[in-house]
Structures are given as structure tokens and as C-alpha cells.
Design a protein around this ligand. Structure first.
Ligand SMILES: NC(=O)c1ccc[n+]([C@@H]2O[C@H](COP(=O)([O-])OP(=O)(O)OC[C@H]3O[C@@H](n4cnc5c(N)ncnc54)[C@H](OP(=O)(O)O)[C@@H]3O)[C@@H](O)[C@H]2O)c1
Length: 380
């Protein structure tokens, strides 16, 4: 281990879960936040894995540099990321410390790439924005499947979040996101996201409705895997919801030029202040399809979206701190880490594929959809 993993925002819902997941691994951990009085009891509860506690202010670069001194990796959970995230990522890069965050804001992923890809390559560190449960897992699935389909041309992920209830922090970030343009990646180029509802057949034979949304994987994967011509990130929704979300995205994109951060920020803060933290864990599932010379699918599923985000951030942070990164610059876990091993290291995630597939430390068979009834006929 090159130094402790610094959890920035450890007093928050996700940051606290990440700190616990790091402590469960025995990873040396530094808790960072703007309220030391709230960090102290967490440190006491987590025991010897917490090696120190530091105060940081997002707008005080010196406090960030001091917090990252001697660190092995930074895990950033401070959102909304578009408002607060970039100074933290930039300070990690300045200090030469690998970085991962859980933003669900696609525009932030793009901003990190534009601002920090070259500096991170120069300092020789890996920067992995947007590696919470949703896109982080999709990137890992693509990392596993890309080795199984030959010349990779297309990937699509389908997120079913079931009865997901957003935390206050997630709600605030979601509301602020509506003011940002969203992009899709089709025919080898980024452009306006086409939010039309798709009907898709899963390898199980089940039909689903999928609505494209602003995935961070859409921003990262085409740079990491240049043979890709299409990257799709979709929400799985039931009939009325699917058409409603699709229509909502169209209306928002028309209204976007009128939306201003100066109006959105206070609205987002006011709404978030009234929300309770999610009481019930929300089951989730994620199907990922990769198309190349062959087609391959992977299913990942679990019982608690926030717990799996924390698991993923803790596992990635621990591996980055051990110096396991395989690529520098702003990257996805599809190429920056050994994807199958990372998936194997996650508690509470069931990695499953149609019966003849094997995943985890083993390989995915080359033509896993070849069995009768398993063909992914509904090309999205
Ligand atoms: N993609 C995913 O799967 C996924 C999963 C989980 C979370 N997320 C994202 O992670 C973010 C955090 O979510 P959450 O539920 O953990 O939110 P939260 O409970 O509100 O936590 C936010 C953290 O940020 C800190 N913070 C807020 N404003 C700050 C500022 N100006 N300076 C320094 N620190 C500040 C808070 O400190 P205080 O405690 O002092 O207020 C707290 O530690 C959101 O953007 C959410 O969308 C994404």
C-alpha cells in the first residue's frame, strides 16, 4: 500500500458507507471532511483502519493538498460534483495521487476529462470519475466482456433500479444536472442524446423497455476502447414511466437554454434539505451487452444500490492505493483495472450470466449467446 485511502466527504451518506467498506477490508483510511467534530465519532466507530482525520474545505486548495499528502488514493463523495468536485480531483492530480469518485453527473465526467486528462498523464496517475454503482459497474462489465467478443463495436447497459429512493445528496445532484447538456455516442461520434424508448430482449427471453440516459460511461468508454462506434446507457422502466421519462428528457433539452445554475442551486438545496436518508435498501440489476465479432451479455445484481457503490469505491480505492492501475489519465475501470478481479472483490454483488457463462476470475466463453433461446435478438 502506497499510503492511506482518503475519503473526502466522509460525513455524508455515501462517504460514511465507503469508510466502513474500507475499514472492513482493513485498508488504511484517512477521513476528510469540513466538520472534524462529525468525523471523530466515525473514526472511533471504525477502529484502527482509520489512521487519521483531516479537515478540508473545497475552496481551500491548500487544505486539499495537505489532506492528500502521502496518500495512496483519493475517493471523492462530495456532491453535487459540478458545483464542488473539480478542485478535489485537480488537487489529487497535482499531488500525483490516483482518484476515483461516484458522480452520477455526466457533465462532470466530461469536465474532468477536459481539465485533467493531460495533467494526469503528465503526473502518471489514474483518474476514474463516475465510478459509483451505475456506470462503474457498467465499465467493469465492459472490461470483462470486451475480451470475449473479438473486435468490439458496440456496448449497451440497462440499469433496473427497482424501488430506488435517492439520498438527499443524490436528489440535489440530480436536480442540478437538469441544467447541463447530455450527450450520447452513436456512429463513432458524440452528439445530442436520442431519448427514444427502445424495446430490448434480454438473454433470458424477457422483453424490457429501455430509455437512454446521460451515462458517464458514454463519456469514458469511447476514449478507452477506440474501436467502439456506439455506447448506450439506459434506464429500464415500466410502460408509462418509460414514455414519461423519454418525453421529460425531450422537454428538458428544449428548456435547457433557459435554466440557470443561479436558480437551480437554491432549488436543489431546498428540496434536498427536506428529504430523509433512504431507509430501505433498493435492489438493482444491470445487464450489459457487448457486440463485436460475437455478442456477450453479463448480468450484475444486488440488494442495495448505495452499499454497492460504497463497495465499489472502496475496492477501487484500495487497488489504486496498492499501485494496481494499468493506465494513466482520465480513464474507466474497463481498462484501468483488472475488471473481473474488481468484480470478484465486491461483497453483495452477484455476477451472473446465462448458464454456460463463467465470470469472475474465470473467463467468459466466446459465444455465450449461442444456446437456443439465449440469443439477444432485440438489438437496441
Ligand atoms: N452514481 C452512484 O451510484 C452514486 C452513489 C452514491 C452517491 N452518489 C453521488 O454522491 C454524491 C453524494 O451523495 P450523498 O448521498 O453521499 O450526499 P450527502 O449525504 O449529502 O453527502 C455529501 C458530502 O459532501 C460534503 N459537502 C457538501 N458540501 C460541501 C462543501 N461545500 N464543502 C465540503 N464538503 C461538502 C458533505 O459534508 P457535510 O456532512 O459537512 O455536509 C457530505 O460529507 C451525490 O452527488 C450523489 O449523486 C452517486
Amino acid at each position: 500500500m502506497n499510503g492511506p485511502v482518503v475519503v473526502v466527504g466522509a460525513t455524508g451518506h455515501t462517504g460514511g458507507l465507503v469508510a466502513r467498506a474500507l475499514a472492513a477490508r482493513g485498508t488504511p483510511t484517512r477521513l476528510a471532511g469540513r466538520r472534524p467534530e462529525a468525523l471523530a465519532p466515525l473514526a472511533d466507530a471504525l477502529g484502527p483502519a482509520v489512521v487519521d482525520v483531516v479537515r478540508v474545505e473545497v475552496d481551500d486548495v491548500r487544505s486539499l493538498h495537505a489532506a492528500f499528502e502521502g496518500a495512496g488514493a483519493v475517493v471523492n463523495t462530495v456532491g453535487p460534483f459540478l458545483r464542488l468536485g473539480l478542485p478535489i480531483a485537480a488537487a489529487a492530480v497535482d499531488r500525483g495521487v490516483p482518484y476515483v469518485d461516484c458522480t452520477a453527473e455526466q457533465a462532470f465526467v466530461r469536465r474532468v476529462w477536459e481539465a485533467l486528462d493531460l495533467p494526469a498523464q503528465r503526473t502518471g496517475v489514474s483518474v476514474l470519475p463516475g465510478h459509483g454503482a451505475d456506470w462503474g459497474l457498467a465499465c467493469l462489465a465492459v472490461g470483462v466482456l470486451s475480451g470475449a467478443v473479438g473486435h468490439l463495436r458496440r456496448v449497451d447497459s440497462y440499469h433496473d433500479l427497482g424501488g430506488f429512493t435517492p439520498s438527499a445528496g443524490t436528489a440535489r445532484s440530480m436536480l442540478e444536472m437538469v441544467g447541463e447538456p447530455v450527450v450520447g455516442f452513436a456512429d463513432g461520434a458524440w452528439g445530442d442524446l436520442d431519448p427514444r424508448v427502445r424495446r430490448v430482449s434480454l438473454p433470458t427471453g424477457t422483453g424490457i423497455l429501455a430509455v437512454p440516459f446521460a451515462g458517464g460511461d458514454v463519456a469514458l468508454l469511447p476514449r478507452d476502447l477506440p474501436s467502439l462506434r456506439h455506447v448506450g446507457s439506459h434506464l429500464v422502466l415500466s410502460g408509462a414511466e418509460a414514455w414519461g421519462v423519454s418525453l421529460g428528457q425531450r422537454l428538458l433539452s428544449a428548456a435547457r437554454p433557459l435554466l440557470r445554475p443561479t436558480w437551480l442551486h437554491p432549488v436543489a438545496d431546498a428540496v434536498a434539505a427536506r428529504l430523509p436518508e433512504p431507509a430501505q435498501p433498493a435492489p438493482w440489476s444491470l445487464w450489459t451487452r457487448a457486440d463485436g465479432d460475437a455478442t456477450a451479455w453479463m448480468l450484475l445484481e444486488g440488494d442495495d444500490t448505495y452499499a454497492v457503490s460504497a463497495e465499489l469505491l472502496a475496492e477501487i480505492g484500495t487497488r489504486l492505493a496498492r499501485g494496481e492501475a494499468m493506465a494513466t489519465g482520465v480513464r474507466s475501470a474497463a481498462v484501468a483495472l483488472p475488471a473481473a478481479e474488481v468484480l470478484d472483490g465486491l461483497a453483495g454483488v452477484r455476477a451472473r450470466v446465462v448458464p454456460e457463462w463463467r465470470v469472475g476470475r474465470a473467463t467468459v466463453s466466446r459465444d455465450p449467446c449461442a444456446s437456443p433461446g439465449a440469443a439477444g435478438s432485440g438489438t437496441p
